[in-house]
Write a protein that binds this ligand. Structure first.
Ligand SMILES: [Zn+2]
Length: 321
């Protein structure tokens, strides 16, 4: 009996140690400015919202900022909020985001640098001369109209599904779709550049092979290893999967899918690690019931030429910008 109690205490202590480690990892938002080559030293720059005294809150958005960025902050908060409202209307996903406007660190221009934000907020880097949204550069616009909607949606989906590494086609696929919707509406030059970039990656892979396995080649990243070439192409393949689905079945398929998936609660002892709840197969099964197609099989044999065609069609008909 005493031995049993001893073992139970040991197990509880081990779980606490594991839990603390995971929480520690999650707290840091890590931004790769340039991926270090193997063997090269990465310089790490730590920043914190402790240096930002102000905070602006909207329905779906919190922005931390320094007093000098008041006007730009209002623009950013409004744009993000309306982007996330569009996502809720079109995709049925209620996503929110917390961002921070930092003075652009001078180290950002250097090679092999990694910016680590101490809190779980997404950083946006601002030049001192930018007073309002019309002053910002294209990288800032991309972060605002594509990256932030992407991360907001992936943040929601990942809580349900990323305990299963095979579910990245849902998280990054819907995230890319969200970025596509928002930038298509408010920043056509951003969505154009993004689609071009995705097509280039898929085209590069097409030189080596004709199909892509979204279940095996595009796994949720659990450590710091830089993604491989196959992983890089996965964003375009996953986006094409959802674009194709909505073109043939309407956007209602996403809303119906998310309603059914999110009704199944995911319960985690350790976030993202030890969870019970829906997984990649559950997601595919729901889509099969909604479309009548064998989604699980389709995911494992995505035709790369068809992917290119879908991305090409998405790029056509965009307004000039
Ligand atoms: Zn992502």
């Amino acid at each position: 009996m005493r031995r049993t109690i001893f073992i139970v205490i040991l197990v509880i202590m081990a779980l606490i140690v594991i839990l603390l480690n995971v929480v520690q990892i999650e707290r840091d938002v890590i931004i790769y400015v340039e991926e270090g080559k193997t063997g090269e030293e990465l310089k790490i720059v730590r920043i914190s919202i402790a240096e930002l005294p102000y905070r602006l809150e909207k329905e779906k958005v919190v922005v931390h900022y320094a007093g000098s960025f008041r006007e730009l902050t209002e623009d950013v908060a409004r744009e993000l909020d309306q982007g996330l409202a569009l996502i809720e209307e079109r995709m049925g996903i209620d996503a929110a985001i917390e961002v921070a406007l930092f003075h652009k660190p001078s180290e950002l221009e250097e090679r092999n640098i990694r910016i680590v934000v101490e809190e779980a907020v997404w950083p946006l880097f601002v030049e001192s001369s930018w007073k309002q949204l019309s002053d910002v550069d294209s990288a800032f616009l991309r972060d605002l109209h594509h990256t932030m909607p992407h991360e907001a949606v992936e943040g929601v989906v990942s809580q349900y599904l990323y305990h299963d590494r095979r579910a990245r086609w849902v998280g990054d696929g819907l995230a890319e779709y969200a970025g596509y919707l928002v930038s298509q509406r408010w920043a056509p030059s951003v969505v154009k550049a993004r689609l071009e970039n995705l097509r280039r990656r898929v085209d590069g892979l097409l030189q080596e092979r004709i199909s892509y396995n979204l279940i095996e080649d595009f796994l949720v990243i659990v450590d710091d290893r830089p993604s491989m070439v196959e992983g890089a192409a996965g964003y375009g393949v996953a986006l094409a999967f959802w674009l194709d689905l909505t073109q043939r079945h309407g956007e209602e398929v996403i809303r119906a899918f998310w309603k059914r998936l999110s009704a199944q609660k995911t319960w985690c002892l350790i976030p993202y690690v030890a969870c019970v709840g829906p997984n990649a197969r559950t997601a595919a099964r729901i889509l099969t019931e909604l479309t009548g197609e064998d989604i699980w099989a389709k995911l494992q044999r995505m035709d790369l030429q068809e992917v290119l065609d879908v991305l090409e069609r998405a790029a056509q008909g965009l307004p000039e910008g």
